[in-house]
Design a protein around this ligand. Sequence first.
Ligand SMILES: *[C@@H]1O[C@H](CO)[C@@H](O)[C@H](O)[C@H]1NC(C)=O
Ligand SMILES: *[C@@H]1O[C@H](CO)[C@@H](O)[C@H](O)[C@H]1NC(C)=O
Ligand SMILES: *[C@@H]1O[C@H](CO)[C@@H](O)[C@H](O)[C@H]1NC(C)=O
Length: 309
Amino acid sequence: MAKFEVLGRCSPFWFVLLLCFAFMMGPGAQGWSKEGHIMTCRIAQGLLGSEALEAIQNLLPLNVNGDLSALCTWPDQIRHWHKYRWTSPLHFIDTPDDECTFNYQRDCHDPHGVEDMCVAGAVQNFTSQLVHYREGSADRRYNMTEALLFLSHFMGDIHQPMHVGFTSDEGGNTINLRWFRHKSNLHHVWDREIVLTALSDYYEKDMDLLQKDIEGNFTDLQGIWSSDVSSWEHCDDILSCVTKWAVESINIACKWGYKGVDPGTTLADDYFDSSMPIVMKRIAQGGVRLAMILNRVFGDTDEGFAIAT
Ligand SMILES: *[C@@H]1O[C@H](CO)[C@@H](O)[C@H](O)[C@H]1NC(C)=O
Ligand SMILES: *[C@@H]1O[C@H](CO)[C@@H](O)[C@H](O)[C@H]1NC(C)=O
Ligand SMILES: *[C@@H]1O[C@H](CO)[C@@H](O)[C@H](O)[C@H]1NC(C)=O
């Protein structure tokens, strides 16, 4: 009896330890790292109407108490597990080197050429699964909790500019350089370094403060993005929306990410000052657009959008 109690008390500890390992072993260089994903999901959750809020509460496991952001990094943690290896190509898009364009037909496939297996296809896929679930016509093979988590994660990834990058350098992953004094690579700079430097330089390393500042910049009347939100949210059919978002990313990757960056270089203040506002805007856009999708999928409005089935 006593033994069971002890085990019972220990297991949360082991669970936490395992989670920590999952984080540490996880592919640090893929996806907004956890801060970017967490803020994207928190911003989105703050914009949900009551129906969407209730729907996600029903889909999320009880232990997260309705907090979507607690599981927004889950797709990064499981992508190398055997069962989920198919999800690995869904985090990004490889576009032709130096072209600075995205063409869905040409670029949205996995390395074997299987169509739709890229982040733009994934956002469509999981949106469509949730629409069918809402309409009661869901394919029972699909797990709707997973569909919600994948959608929420991939909406972050499609907004991370270097996730729509050049093929030969794997979206900047093979461009090794220094970020201030430590070693990094161009992909990781956009995934995480810029956010971490912003947090420590301006926000007392407090992610809540940073998130509030981002939100204020589109909710306050005088906020720098307040008049942009309605165009961010604009979406008639999901295929043209994911295409537009991926095009935005590759354009930013070319104009601000790759520009003037040679392997072995050191990126510091100048690069940080020009890239930080863009990273913050992409996190804001990812959050606003994730909320837009969830509100339309689960909301009571007629405002749907065309989805391919
Ligand atoms: C869509 O999701 C299903 C599982 O939920 C998966 O089998 C399929 O490969 C996915 N396709 C894309 C493009 O994400
Ligand atoms: C759906 O997926 C989640 C996360 O992988 C899992 O915990 C849950 O048991 C699954 N639900 C069903 C009905 O298979
Ligand atoms: C919010 O806008 C102000 C300018 O009004 C800017 O200084 C600040 O960096 C912005 N914050 C974020 C997180 O983008």
